[in-house]
Design a protein around this ligand. Structure first.
Ligand code: UDP
Length: 324
C-alpha cells in the first residue's frame, strides 16, 4: 500500500515505519521534529517536515494514498496535566485537520495510535475494549475525543479505521528505539541510570493499592506493536471503526521493572522514593484477546526481560554513539 505515516520520526512511528517498509509498503513520513529525530526516519521513506495540519492535505493531494498511519501526537501524562492546551491543540485539532484532508482526498484507511489512558482507573483488570472510558488526564481525554471523531467519520463518510490502544510500549527494533531529548518513561530512565547518565531512578508513588505499593503497568514490545499495525491496515473495513487493546496481558510494578533492569544489566541501580505523579492510575493491564482473535495478532516478545534486553542494547549503542 502507499501510506502516509505521521510522526514517523518518533519512537513508535520510527519502529513501525521500518516494519511497514519490510512488509513492502511505500511510505511518506511527515513529522514536525518537535520531539522526534530526523535520523530516526526509516531509510527508504520519503520525508516531509511540518505539522500535520499544515502539510497533510498537500501530501495527500499530490497522489493517491491507500491509507494513513497516524502516530504524531503529544503523549506525556504529566505534561498533559500541566499544559492541557498542548494536548487539545496538538492532538485533537491536528487530527481533525487530518480527518478532513482524508475526507477531501477520499483516502480510505486510517490506523490511529490510541492509548490505555482512554480507560482511566479501571474497575476490572485485564481491561477489555468494552470497559468504561473515563480518562484521568488530558492525554487520555484527547485521545478518546479523537477516537469519537474517527467513529463519526467512519459512520458518516465510510472511513475504514482502526484505533490501537497501546499499553506501555518499550524495547527497540531495527536500530530504532526510545531517544527523546527529555525522557520521562520508566524503562529508558532506569537504563540511563544504569549507565550513569542520570544519578538515580525516582519511584513515583509507593502508596498505590498494589502488593509493593508501586504502580503496575503492562509492557509491550514495540516490534509486537508494529506487527499489529500491519494487521490493522489489512483488516480495516469501510464504515467501521474497530478498537483493539495491545498489551502483553501481564502487569509489572515499578519496583519489578527496576529489578528486571538490574538483572538484565547486571548493574545496581540507585533508587529514590518520590510522591505520585499527577494523573497516574494504579494498575493498567490489557486484555488483548480481541486483537488476537480478530486481527490474528501473535505477540512473540512478551517477556519483560526480552523487552528490557532489547531496550538495553539500544540505549548502550546510543550512549556510545553520543559520547563518540
Ligand atoms: N515512573 C516512575 N519513575 C519514573 C518514570 C515513571 O516511577 O522516572 C512510573 C510512572 O509513575 C508509571 C510507570 O512508571 O507508574 C510507567 O510510567 P511511564 O511514564 O513509563 O508510562 P505511562 O504509564 O505514564 O504511559
Amino acid at each position: 500500500m502507499r501510506l502516509l505515516v505521521t510522526g514517523g520520526a518518533g519512537y513508535v512511528g520510527s519502529v513501525c515505519s521500518r516494519v511497514l517498509i519490510e512488509a513492502g509498503h511505500e511510505l511518506t513520513v511527515i513529522d514536525n521534529l518537535s520531539t522526534g529525530n530526523r535520523e530516526a526516519v526509516a531509510p527508504g521513506a520519503r520525508f516531509v517536515q511540518g505539522d500535520v495540519a499544515d502539510v497533510a492535505a498537500d501530501v495527500l493531494g499530490e497522489e493517491s494514498f491507500d491509507g494513513v498511519v497516524h502516530f504524531a501526537a503529544r503523549s506525556l501524562v504529566g505534561e498533559s496535566v500541566e499544559k492541557p492546551e498542548l494536548y487539545w491543540y496538538g492532538n485533537v485539532v491536528e487530527t481533525l485537520a487530518l480527518l478532513e484532508a482524508m475526507r477531501q482526498t477520499v483516502t480510505p484507511r486510517l490506523v490511529f495510535s490510541s492509548t490505555a489512558a482512554t480507560y482511566g482507573e479501571p474497575e476490572v483488570v485485564p481491561i477489555v475494549e468494552s470497559a468504561p472510558t473515563r480518562p484521568t488526564n488530558p492525554y487520555g481525554a484527547t485521545k478518546l475525543a479523537i477516537d469519537h471523531a474517527i467513529a463519526d467519520y467512519c459512520h458518516a463518510h465510510g472511513l475504514a479505521a482502526v484505533s490501537l490502544r497501546y499499553f506501555n510500549v518499550a524495547g527497540a527494533y531495527g536500530g530504532a528505539g526510545e531517544n527523546r531529548a527529555i525522557e520521562t518513561h520508566l524503562i529508558p530512565i532506569v537504563l540511563q541510570a544504569a549507565l550513569g547518565i542520570r544519578p538515580d531512578v525516582k519511584i513515583f508513588g509507593t502508596d498505590f493499592p498494589t502488593d509493593d505499593g508501586t504502580a503496575i503497568r503492562d509492557y509491550i514490545h514495540v516490534a509486537d506493536l508494529a506487527d499489529a499495525h500491519l494487521l490493522a491496515l489489512e483488516s480495516a473495513i469501510s464504515g467501521r471503526h474497530a478498537v483493539y487493546n495491545l498489551g502483553s496481558g501481564t502487569g509489572y510494578s515499578v519496583r519489578e521493572v527496576i529489578s528486571t533492569c538490574m538483572d538484565v544489566t547486571g548493574i545496581d541501580i540507585p533508587v529514590q522514593e518520590a510522591p505520585r505523579r499527577a494523573g497516574d492510575p494504579a494498575v493498567l493491564i490489557a486484555s488483548s484477546d480481541k486483537a488476537i482473535a480478530e486481527l490474528g495478532w501473535k505477540p512473540t516478545r512478551t517477556e519483560l526481560p526480552t523487552i528490557v534486553s532489547d531496550a538495553w542494547d539500544f540505549t548502550r549503542t546510543l550512549a556510545e554513539h553520543t559520547s563518540a
